[in-house]
Design a protein around this ligand. Sequence first.
Ligand code: TEU
Ligand code: CA
Length: 564
Amino acid sequence: MSQAWFKQSVVYQVYPRSFCDSNGDGIGDLRGITAKLDYLQALGVDVVWLSPIYRSPNDDNGYDISDYRDVMAELGTMADFDALLHALHERGLKLVMDLVVNHSSDEHPWFTEACKGRDNPYRNYYIWRSPRDGAEPNNWASAFGGPAWTLHEPTGEYYLHLFSRKQPDLNWENPRLRQEVYALMRFWLDKGVDGFRMDVINMISKAPKLPDAPATLPQRPWQPPGPLVFHGPRLAEFLDEMKREVLSHYDLITVGEAPNATPEHGVQLTDEREGFLNMLFQFEHVDLDIDPAQGLGKWGRKPLELRSLKASMSRWQHALHGRGWNSLYLSNHDQPRPVSRFGDEGAHRVASAKMLATFLHLLQGTPYVYQGEELGMTNVRFGSIDEYRDIETLNLWREAVDERGMAAAQVLDAIHAKGRDNARTPMQWSDGPQAGFTTGTPWIGVNPNYREVNARQALADPDSVFHHYRRLIALRRALPVVVHGRYELLLPEHAQIYAYLRTLGEERLLVVCNFSRATPRCELPADLAFEGQELLIANYPVEAGEDIRAFTLRPYEARAYRLH
Ligand code: TEU
Ligand code: CA
């Protein structure tokens, strides 16, 4: 397996709108990011991934692009972008852009042209179908509620949008459209960008003929298209063409967002020789606390069962070892804050945030740190739907409360647990006004716990979550076993302890994590032979020389040892 730099790297995801506002308009911007590079360098990350910064009406906060070659006015200018890119490269850091090409904005000139007539040269940049019995062409639901089709009255056809109606799906069956995408990719790569995160890239090839989806949601008019829109028959062909036309000409890091991907898809798409991308964002581990039986999609919740997490992560570690490569993440702009979801927001917030980081960062793969995760930022609990901003949340409220009469408190509870705005409240820089994010009024409320949870406090406290992340990142650099070692799950049946071993030649790394507030006894397997151990990192004080063959773990305790 190669020593490619993307394997040695740690990536930091910035959601620009919420990161740092430099001009007091309440919206984060590019100059604000440039102002915080010392902070990112202190953390020790290697790559910065920016959620979309292109011109956009912000129906989905930039994931609806109206000009792929210009910067969104709220975030700054192309000169600000060039300055940020230069400042990153000056520091030896790399920049990854968010490539959103499964769909564009309905305000993109391609779409406004396409709407001028059925014979317009841009018509087939999108997916149009005639009405079926005077209605939508099939029963697909949009991910953001309602049907996945909208009728364009003047031309009498429906267009497909798997997300909002302002995000029309691009037609990848059209070779002209594909060439347009490759050209816009080259535009940014020729400016010096170091890679792409590719938004729902496994959706660009859909099931031919777009057939009706099975009725998985009883009594609902629209059904999630599920496998009909993921990993379609031409995905490998399209990605191979993208690799031939663009990716193979640059030294890049690429990660494809792939909801519903299996480890087999992971091997196919990230195989170092035959694959197309360096790694995927797969969703298996972040879908484990969804209860499909409730018919509420991601909003239907059940507690995470640790053994299912151990089985899932182990499947991916084994499937890709020596063949492809894993991304490692628990947090991003779509997921609730990990410490609230998998750890403890209260007395054990710091311990559980450190434990989750230790569990994740010592696996095999490239770790992604989402802004604020390194502070142990938590979910927010706004009291009213009026404080929320995310289209997915607002559409849920309208459909569940306004249209279907579900109890407001029940729906708000689901939003508190799984809403995407949990990850989009402003980055908490200090205990000052608006957490130091803006001198103005932020576009979304600041989490009230910013007085305790903020970067200024974290930098000054050697025992903070921030410094734990910094030490984990330094470990990755110091120990080749972290990047290249084989993974082996220990204690598979334990319901509270996640323990695993990494091995590279004689080097062995033992990681033990207590995913509970209980104090379970950890009894290492008798066949794990070692004479001694060196403690590498922990989230509690540990007595040197303690016999670790059998010891009691404290709430959310995590330890990593080098075994001799
Ligand atoms: O997310 C795709 C995706 O799977 C999400 O819609 C996810 O299922 C949902 O957010 C769970 O709540 C990507 C982007 O990350 C997301 O921000 C965009 O809204 C979406 O694509 C459309 O571009
Ligand atoms: Ca601003």
